[in-house]
Ligand binder design. Structure first.
Ligand code: GLV
Length: 322
């Protein structure tokens, strides 16, 4: 029997030995993702696809598959994949939940603290030779300890943010599709509030909701108007949750004080985006889960899903439960 054919859309931070024992593996070795037309050509003949969030796996692509048994994404989010189209063809889609929760929550805190205490600006200031002496009012920012934190989306990552916030003695509000049980709320010291109230009462607002048609541009002009002029917004979820033009207006007109984004719409951010002219914005290149250990585990988990799918076994971490 010939081995199944697998296409991996980028080099992975793990070794492929286990996979190579059961499949013929082709890896796209460029730094940029494979163009759509390359994916379209590959998908016609492969049995398994291991992809990343930068690959658009839409219904046209899925329709072109003839022997595809599994789509395995190395990410927890999967808004780049047309799940109903995969489900309609009986193709299971795997992802990597849980394993990146702590790394993502840690990085969110790095951004929150860097934005509040102006770490990036202070570094630029120092390198520019502007550190003249100790000054009582130099580069002031708000308190973090004791502040009010608003968490939008209260899944695994939102809850991990709350666990860290407890150590900073914060008042923690959350908004979510549904209220969690009182025991969990009590253990984490969090309060469920309507979204608008969270916006108007929080000193820091952090986004942890998936991108869907319900959350697309959830943050636009009206939401920024509700926020405090001293508020700081952090996004390590998906860029599309924020309307970038409205964010520019809010940051440049002082409707909110600052933002720190690990994700943008589009990605990468265009170099002529007006957002990049602002000092009160920190921008990082979608690296929230990028601890060495986490990325290796994500790659291994994606391989585990892929191998299960090739064997026709249930995927250990399946999005569409096939
Ligand atoms: C990263 O953004 C992920 O979804 O894993």
């Amino acid at each position: 029997m010939p081995q199944p054919q697998v296409f991996i859309t980028r080099r992975l931070p793990t070794d492929l030995d286990v996979l190579q024992q059961v499949a013929t593996v082709e890896v796209w070795i460029e730094r940029q993702p494979p163009p759509y037309k390359v994916l379209l050509e590959k998908i016609r003949t492969i049995d398994g696809l291991l992809c990343l969030l930068t690959d658009r796996i839409d219904s046209q692509l899925i329709a072109a598959a003839t022997s595809l048994k599994v789509i395995s994404q190395m990410a927890v989010g999967y808004d780049n994949i047309d799940i109903p189209a995969a489900t309609a063809r009986g193709i299971p889609v795997g992802h990597t939940p849980g394993i990146l929760t702590d790394a993502t929550a840690d990085f969110t805190w790095a951004l929150l603290m860097a934005a509040a205490r102006r770490v990036v600006e202070a570094d630029r200031f120092t390198r520019a030779g502007r550190w003249l002496t100790w000054e009582p009012d130099l580069l002031l920012g708000p308190n973090i300890t004791g502040a009010t934190l608003g968490i939008v989306g209260f899944g695994r990552i939102g809850q991990a943010i709350a666990r860290r916030a407890k150590g900073f003695e914060m008042r923690i509000l959350y908004a979510s599709k549904h209220q969690w049980d009182l025991e969990l709320e009590k253990a984490l010291g969090v309060e469920f509030v309507p979204f608008d109230r969270l916006l108007s009462e929080s000193d820091f607002v952090t986004i942890h909701t998936p991108l869907s048609k319900d959350t697309y541009h959830l943050f636009s002009d009206r939401q920024f108007e509700l926020m405090k002029p001293s508020a700081i917004l952090i996004n390590t979820a998906r860029g599309g949750v924020i309307d970038p033009d409205a964010l520019y207006r809010a940051l440049s007109q002082g409707q909110i004080a600052g933002a720190a984004l690990d994700v943008t719409e589009p990605e990468p951010i265009l170099m002529d985006s007006p957002l990049l002219t602002l000092d009160n914005l920190i921008m990082t290149p979608h690296i929230a889960s990028a601890s060495r250990q986490t990325r290796e585990k994500m790659a291994n988990m994606a391989i585990e899903n892929l191998i299960a799918g090739l064997r026709g076994a249930p995927l250990p971490y399946c999005v569409n439960n096939i």
